[in-house]
Design a protein around this ligand. Structure first.
Ligand SMILES: Nc1ncnc2c1ncn2[C@@H]1O[C@H](COP(=O)(O)OP(=O)(O)OP(=O)(O)O)[C@@H](O)[C@H]1O
Ligand SMILES: [Mg+2]
Length: 233
């Protein structure tokens, strides 16, 4: 279980997070929704220890993570797939996937790569293609695939649907659901509230660095405020 309690983050005089508390229970998909600048990416960066909070608690299975380095967090199975599908453009698909396994020494790496290909067969077809020449959607698949190579217990996904054609968005959300069914908890940052609420168990709505609303996803879908602000009426 991953748990944040009253987390505050400042960038200089910008108060990006103003007391966030959230929980990702094992085996669940949890959505973090909200408009531009609400603090969604900041929350994920804080969880992967790229940013130190000014105040607050961050625990995994009851143990504080605030003294752990980003690589220690990765070793604990908290893997961050950042926004804007950051792949290494000059490296091939295969090399990008191998980079995702950098923190591991175990012998199941090849097997895990085959598993990634079951989610994203396209990546296998493009194995030796340079990542920079993939389409946007394929790069997103590669970014997620690379994160899976880190063998995540909790996958932090930052806007996997951004800039992707609607038909592919549906496919990517289906795959996220399958990844979760196969045993990975997911914290899903999305502006596509409709799809996110469709596949998640629980959701938080961030506004201006605080949690404005939270609840079971199926209840939030029917919430008037969520419908008006995030689901287009
Ligand atoms: N490195 C930084 N320095 C200063 N301010 C920052 C920095 N990174 C983020 N911010 C500010 O913190 C606030 C939250 O940013 P964040 O990236 O977390 O938002 P977001 O919810 O992910 O938005 P989006 O949906 O646009 O990606 C914004 O006001 C942003 O301008
Ligand atoms: Mg963001």
């Amino acid at each position: 279980m991953l748990k944040l309690t009253d987390v505050h983050v400042d960038y200089g005089h910008v108060h990006a997070l103003r007391g966030i508390s959230l929980t990702v229970n094992d085996g669940k998909i949890v959505s973090l929704l909200g408009g531009n600048g609400a603090g969604k990416s900041t929350t994920l960066k804080m969880i992967s220890r790229l940013i130190q909070p000014k105040k607050g608690r961050y625990e995994i299975n009851g143990k504080s993570m605030l003294r752990d380095s980003p690589s220690k967090v990765v070793k604990k199975g908290i893997i961050h797939c950042p926004e804007n599908r950051r792949v290494f453009p000059l490296f091939t698909v295969e090399e990008n996937l191998m980079i995702g396994a950098y923190s591991r020494k175990d012998k199941t790496i090849k097997k895990d790569m085959e598993k990634v290909f079951t989610y994203f067969p396209r990546l296998k077809e493009r194995l030796h293609q340079k990542a920079g020449t993939l389409s946007g959607g394929e790069q997103q698949m590669l970014a997620i695939g690379r994160s899976l190579m880190g063998n995540p217990k909790v996958l932090l996904l930052d806007e996997p649907s951004l800039g992707i054609a609607p038909i592919l968005v549906k496919e990517i959300f289906e795959i996220i659901k399958t990844i979760n069914k196969d045993g990975t908890s997911i914290l899903l940052v999305e502006q596509n509230a409709h799809m996110a609420l469709e596949i998640s168990d629980y959701a938080y709505v961030l506004e201006n660095g605080h949690i404005a609303l939270e609840g079971e996803s199926k209840d939030l879908k029917d919430n008037d405020e969520v419908r008006r602000l995030y689901l287009g009426g």
